[in-house]
Design a protein around this ligand. Sequence first.
Ligand code: B12
Length: 223
Amino acid sequence: MINTGRFFRLLEISKLTQALADLKDDEVLDIINHFIDNSPNKEGADKLIKAAQEGMAIVGDRFERGDYFVGDLIFAGEIMADVIDLIKPIICGESKGNITGKIVLGTVKGDLHDIGKNIFKVMAIAEGFEVHDIGIDQPVEAFIEKVKEVKPDILGMSGVLSLALNVMKNTVDTLVQIGLRDDLKIIIGGNPVSKDACEHINADAFTTNAIEGLAICKEWVKK
Ligand code: B12
């Protein structure tokens, strides 16, 4: 027998990817609001975020092909920010309350993309992490300063531009030089990260998915 509820949800999720790719903001928000009005849960929110991320990847591809322009990237970013704002209470609603660990988080120098970082941040806070977000376009020194100040369990670096990988490497190299690398777990996230990049950068883990990243962080701080 067909599970119509599940079928409907799958349909809505694939519609979200397409609506975001086509920059149909009203349609995107309708789908999200429909989800919120119908017994939303964290698992569903995770699926919507993944679908929205796929939509953003299509926006990027269209930009690369010359079908979209910078204005379209900006608009896609705005729609995605609205999506996160709407879904945030559902993710945070199940917040654990007690602190599980400390994370210093930021987007590296030269890179202004922060949507993915912010999604990871919301999820990490919901899981009880104390997150110190230093923002976008952050140089090596800013990460080092915050690590010294907060003494986190985890350093999370985000970057969506290819150039971000060099800055991530410089940050880890500096941590090694000043003797702080061994006290930290380091995770890198964003579109260009890969296993090879992770090894080259000397990070402990990489991810292009906030849910996976969070699972790794939780494992690291498990008492
Ligand atoms: C929206 C967007 C923008 C917006 C960003 C708005 C904002 N506030 O972030 C704006 C308009 C500012 C922008 C600008 C530019 N962009 Co842009 N942008 C995008 C786009 C379409 C989507 C990015 C996004 O938000 N994705 C959705 C999120 C949810 O995915 P995500 O970032 O991967 O995050 C997920 C995971 O990776 C993970 N994650 C992310 N960070 C972290 C950190 C940790 C610690 C963890 C655990 C997990 C984690 O969790 C998230 C959820 O699962 C991408 C296309 C793409 N494929 O990504 C291009 C893209 C990144 N942009 C690109 C370019 C070229 C530019 C510009 C140079 C354009 C220009 N000519 O001006 C500028 C550069 C500005 C700068 N210096 O940074 C290229 C980059 C090419 C490259 N290889 O370097 C891309 C890939 C488009 C393309 N295909 O050409 N962009």
